[in-house]
Design a binder for this molecule. Structure first.
Ligand code: ADP
Ligand code: GN1
Ligand code: MG
Length: 385
């Protein structure tokens, strides 16, 4: 899927942008699954060059307009955010034979995590994504183009998954009977968030929609979240999508692509930490139904992502960037492990949400006063942002 553009061609592309000084080096960078990302080192500054994935985002002009609008809005509110570097003739991106490219200023002095075991760090990520959403509550959603239709519509994703199973172009489905049965067995659950959006008990908000931990840049010295990146999927959505996707990626004791499933467990302490950070920012705006569905959202986003990985494996790895032939299957297996463990711990997850809301003076039920003290610790870390 990832075909690298020739270095000489990349040099020509970068040359179209208003970059300070001579370009010294261009090399592949980061762990994103969608765009092809390069670090560009010039005399005076570093930059991120991205070949945008125009299969995934075919309407580049609208995508880039969304990013312009959202980054300008965040910047005006004093938040550190992505900064596009224009071309020498004032455009936001260039289209070449080798694809569509954009350049951002490199956000210096930061790092990101693919795995975290420190609950305080994860709590601060929750607070950062919560604050992001709270800030965007004032953004006029009508300005945004939906960059990918049905992005977190889980029943729609399941239909796509079934179509991949039926097409089975590489004859892989036979060996995946257990995995396919796993997703079929849960089909009745997939519509819960979409139903709540449809009946109005869960409001549409402007959401990030791709809230995995490596889409937050943390200050390398202090560990404090600095900027939320990967704004390609900022669209009208549900708070539940953002919360659930963060949990599926970050409340795991293993990497998203950990091949040894013995290392992959759903972590209730990490769930608690993230919930305290996130709800510390948006808990007062959450509807009762949103609060009630937060644990299910984590479960659903984990199922959804897993079926996307498995569907992509069935289709021959045409969507997510992969580093080896079984990569998407390995990813699907971690998501299945996590979803199973969430099913086992669903009552505890609900209790955590109640405790977090109670400890922040919200309207949740108090189930366990001792655990609520632990929540206070994690909430304190989240507030340290
Ligand atoms: P993808 O859509 O493929 O996930 P991202 O926009 O998330 O692409 O970028 C991939 C990686 O590149 C990020 O996870 C991050 O490590 C790095 N990155 C992207 N933009 C910047 C930036 N402006 N400054 C520093 N690092 C960045
Ligand atoms: C992709 O772009 P990236 O790597 O941050 C994907 C997400 C998935 C994620 C799984 C536009 O995110 O939806 O949850 O991979 N982004 C898109 O790691 O499909
Ligand atoms: Mg990313």
């Amino acid at each position: 899927m990832v075909n690298r553009t020739e270095p000489a061609q990349l040099g020509q592309v970068v040359d179209e942008f208003a970059i300070d000084g001579d370009i010294l080096d261009i090399r592949p960078y980061g762990d994103g699954h969608i765009n092809v990302t390069y670090l560009v080192t010039a005399d005076d500054a570093r930059y991120i060059l991205q070949r945008m994935n125009t299969d995934v985002f075919p309407d580049t002009a609208s995508l880039m307009r969304n990013i312009e609008l959202v980054t300008a809005f965040l910047h005006a509110r004093g938040q550190e955010t992505l900064e596009l570097v224009p071309t020498k003739d004032g455009r936001d991106w260039v289209e070449t034979d080798g694809g569509a490219f954009r350049v951002y200023r490199f956000i210096e002095g930061t790092m990101s995590y693919n795995l975290v075991d420190d609950a305080r760090i994860f709590a601060s990520a929750g607070a950062a994504f919560g604050a992001f959403q709270r800030t965007l509550a004032d953004f006029d959603a009508a300005q945004l183009t939906e960059t990918i239709a049905h992005f977190h519509d889980t029943p729609h994703r399941y239909a796509d998954f079934r179509a991949a199973v039926d097409a089975d172009p590489l004859g892989r489905a036979d060996a995946l009977r257990d995995e396919i049965a796993f997703y079929d067995a849960r089909a009745d659950d997939y519509g819960r968030i979409m139903a709540a959006l449809a009946d109005g008990s869960v409001p549409l908000r402007v959401t990030h929609n791709d809230t995995k931990l490596n889409n937050i840049l943390m200050d390398a010295a202090s560990g404090v979240p600095r900027a939320i990146i990967d704004l390609d999927t900022v669209m009208p959505g549900s708070m539940l999508f953002d919360f659930g996707d963060s949990i599926r990626f970050g409340a795991s004791t293993g990497l998203e692509d950990e091949p040894d499933l013995d290392k992959v467990h759903f972590s209730l302490p990490l769930f608690r930490a993230y919930a305290s950070g996130f709800l510390g920012e948006v808990g007062d705006t959450a509807t009762p139904r949103e609060l009630e569905l937060l644990p299910e959202a984590a479960h659903l986003m984990t199922l959804e992502c897993g079926m996307r990985f498995l569907g992509d494996y069935l289709l021959g790895d045409v969507y997510f960037a992969t580093k080896y032939p079984e990569h998407n299957l390995v990813r699907a297996h971690t998501q299945m492990r996590l979803a199973r463990e969430m099913e086992e711990q669903m009552p505890q997850m609900h209790a955590v949400i109640d405790e977090v809301m109670a400890s922040r003076g919200g309207n949740g039920d108090v189930n366990d006063a001792d655990d609520a003290d632990d929540v206070d610790d994690a909430a304190g870390a989240g507030d340290a942002r």
